[in-house]
Design a protein around this ligand. Structure first.
Ligand code: DGL
Length: 284
């Protein structure tokens, strides 16, 4: 039934992130939903969001998603974990279209993967301080330990995805996150590591080596893409049918800092050529 995979019309999906990290989410969307067009907004001039206050992140995010809607976005994906964790309600209140964030799909995937119902979540300082993942996981009867890993974002942006410094930093963060000594809870046997930041999927192989052996690593990109497909009431392509894709998605990118820099970094994060980049100057 090939027609059942076709959306009724080519929907325009707006994807928002503080920078290039959200391209890991766009990649999952392209894999799952190729019969759509995409508008991607990276707020590169104002990144990082992970060290900013909820009020500032909400202000920036609302401006960006309004812009995406003006460009024709019919559904919004908040790929940025920090913006989702701190400002999803404000974004939803300001948007006139459906908004999907990454925290709920990520928590859902982690809960499904954890047989022991114990998850360690890592993210930016702001995401971890918001306890958004804790709330989403506890609502699913999963015990949580949260650990901020602020150095990962600059290391990944530097391109140090396989680098001894990043590996050393990961060893310190993850040993603290999984250590029985530094916590009073009973979490050392957590069996899932949830990557609560757009940048962390790029260091998944390194984290795999450093994390305790039986731990499954889950990121929200894939489950967010499935959620979007559900929302659009279309059947997403499974890995076995991805080769059957027929649509050629139109991709348009907006960046608040240099378009050229976005093109170069974006190509690395997306794993595909990033071509049509427009510089946008959002007024404060
Ligand atoms: N996109 C952010 C996130 O997923 C990471 C980068 C930033 O701090 O702006 O939390």
């Amino acid at each position: 039934m090939p027609n059942s995979r076709k959306p009724r019309h080519r929907v325009k999906i707006g994807v928002f992130d503080s920078g290039v990290g959200g391209l890991t989410v766009l990649r999952a969307l392209l894999d799952r939903i190729p019969d759509a067009d995409y508008l991607y907004f990276g707020d590169t001039a104002r990144l990082p969001y992970g060290s900013k206050s909820a009020a500032t992140v909400a202000h920036y995010a609302v401006g960006a998603v309004r812009y995406l809607q003006e460009q024709g976005a019919e559904l919004l994906v908040i790929a940025c974990n920090t913006a989702t964790a701190l400002a999803l309600d404000e974004i939803k209140a300001a948007a006139g279209v459906e908004v999907i964030g990454v925290v709920e799909p990520g928590a859902e995937a982690a809960a499904a993967a954890s047989r022991k119902r114990k998850v360690v979540v890592i993210g930016t300082d702001a995401t971890i301080r918001s306890h958004a993942y804790r709330r989403a996981l506890e609502a699913r009867k999963v015990a949580v330990r949260e650990k901020a890993c602020p150095l990962f974002v600059p290391l990944v942006e530097e391109g140090w995805v396989e680098h001894p410094v990043t590996e050393q930093v990961a060893k310190i963060y993850l040993s603290e996150a999984f250590s029985p000594e530094v916590h009073s809870d009973d979490m050392p046997d957590a069996d899932v590591l949830l990557l609560g930041c757009t940048h962390y999927p790029l260091i998944k192989p390194l984290l795999r080596r450093v994390a305790p052996e039986p731990v499954a690593i889950v990121d929200s990109a894939e489950s967010t893409a499935l959620d979007v497909a559900r929302q659009l009431q279309i059947e997403s392509l499974s890995s076995s049918t991805r080769s059957e894709r027929r649509g050629v998605p139109q991709l348009k990118f907006f960046a608040t800092d240099s378009a050229e820099k976005f093109r170069i970094m974006g190509t690395r994060f997306l794993g595909l050529p990033v071509e049509d980049v427009v510089h946008v100057d959002l007024k404060e």
